[in-house]
Design a protein around this ligand. Structure first.
Ligand code: NAI
Ligand code: ENO
Length: 355
């Protein structure tokens, strides 16, 4: 049912969708107003330029541009007749749908969507075909959306390895305020405090603060839009977080352990409610080897060369490095079946390897 697709906006999300579709044999045509983003997406094998190859409407067009650009891009795509069915990926839904309707977009063939996979990096260079594996993908059909269109976008989400979830747009916006947008603002607030830290404080930073502030590294222009388009629901969550923090701070000042205990217990219980296991089960199950790497030119090159010599493909790499320390830790993600081979080869080569 989805054999051809158009992706408008070849940034992180558009290119990741395109790569996933290409892996499933879908013909993908790409467009972006930024020629460099389009060229890189094509070079990565995400598809062909729109306007080359087979003509005629595709089965589906994905509008993968910033939220405020979606309504106009959707209308233009519909006017050009790029596809039979249209969807978008914007992180907010109600305001986007409202403006699309006001612009006169055809709502029958439009399924507002939002894949819940992402990264704190932008652009096609950060795209990954597996970005949506095991993730939810919200579909927010309006009263005017044709059921056939919903079926098509359901297939699109499944081709990307995601779990489609139909939810109305207001409920979607409230939900993502809680699980994505307010957490982003809180992460930014914690990260902003790091500007107060001296080099000693920053040298003591461990994995906890890195986990907590990872998403604060996202593009402020995009996040300004997302928070602004979902202002009411996000403000409501932030007010509750602020109240919890104010109560905890007051209790710490007065020496009353009750409110702090209460916050920590509720925090633990809230975290346990996240359906992490379901997602984890269907995301690629890579084994991770931690390798101590000296902070010197060429060290990483030697490590990758040693892996290549052992015939092992590194699926992902993450490097943790505390400023001021002469060492870092490279976390190498590899297929579980080659974990042992790589660990032995690196150990033989004198690397300090930890599982
Ligand atoms: N970054 C993330 O983790 C996630 C983002 N989203 C949503 O995905 C959408 C795209 O975000 P990213 O891919 O992260 O941003 P990005 O900045 O990586 O890519 C956006 C691309 O859209 C292009 N663009 C902008 N206006 C355009 C227009 N009118 N016509 C054609 N191309 C246009 C830009 O040149 C850029 O290449 C946003 O609506 C965002 O809310 C959804 C899930 C996760
Ligand atoms: O970086 C992450 O872990 C995310 O979960 C990113 C993300 C950002 C924006 C969205 O609308 C959806 C997901």
């Amino acid at each position: 049912m989805v054999e051809s697709a158009v992706v408008v906006g070849t940034g992180l999300i558009g290119t990741s969708i395109a790569l996933a579709l290409r892996q499933r044999g879908v013909d993908v045509a790409l467009s972006d107003r930024d020629p460099a983003a389009l060229r890189l997406a094509c070079d990565l094998g995400a598809g062909r330029r729109l306007g080359t190859g087979p003509a005629g409407p595709a089965d589906v067009a994905v509008i993968a541009v910033p939220p405020s650009a979606v309504p106009a891009a959707l209308r233009e795509a519909q006017e050009r007749g790029l596809a039979r069915v249209y969807t978008d990926v914007a992180s907010v839904k109600a305001s986007v749908v409202e403006r699309a309707a006001a612009l006169g977009c055809d709502l029958a063939g439009y399924v507002p969507g939002h894949p819940m996979g992402g990264r704190e990096r932008q652009g096609p260079g950060a795209a990954r075909a597996d970005l949506f594996l095991g993730r939810s993908w919200a579909l927010c059909p309006t009263a005017r959306t044709a059921p056939e269109a919903v079926k098509t976008v359901t297939v699109l989400a499944e081709l990307c390895g995601a779990d489609p979830l139909v939810v109305d747009e207001a409920a979607h916006d409230r939900a993502v305020a809680l699980v994505s947008h307010a957490p982003h603002a809180v992460s930014a607030a914690v990260a902003a405090r790091l500007l107060d830290g001296d080099t000693t404080a920053l040298a003591l930073a461990g994995q906890g603060v890195r986990d907590m502030t990872r998403i604060a590294g996202g593009d402020p222009r995009l996040w300004r839009e997302i928070l602004g388009h979902n202002a009411g629901p996000v403000a409501e969550v932030l007010e509750r977080v602020a109240a919890d923090l104010a109560a905890a701070a007051a209790a710490l000042r007065s020496g009353d352990p009750g409110p702090v205990d209460d916050l920590l217990e509720r925090g633990r219980a809230g975290h346990a409610r996240l359906p992490g296991k379901r997602g984890a089960a269907s995301t690629p199950d890579y084994a991770v080897l931690s390798v101590v790497v000296p902070d010197e030119p060429g060290a990483l090159g030697r490590l990758f060369a040693a892996a290549a010599e052992a015939g092992v493909n590194i699926e992902d790499v993450r490097i943790d490095h505390s400023p001021g320390l002469p060492l870092g830790v490279a976390q190498l993600s590899v297929a579980p079946r080659v974990q042992q081979t790589l660990a032995q080869a690196l150990t033989r080569g004198g690397w300090s390897v930890h599982r």
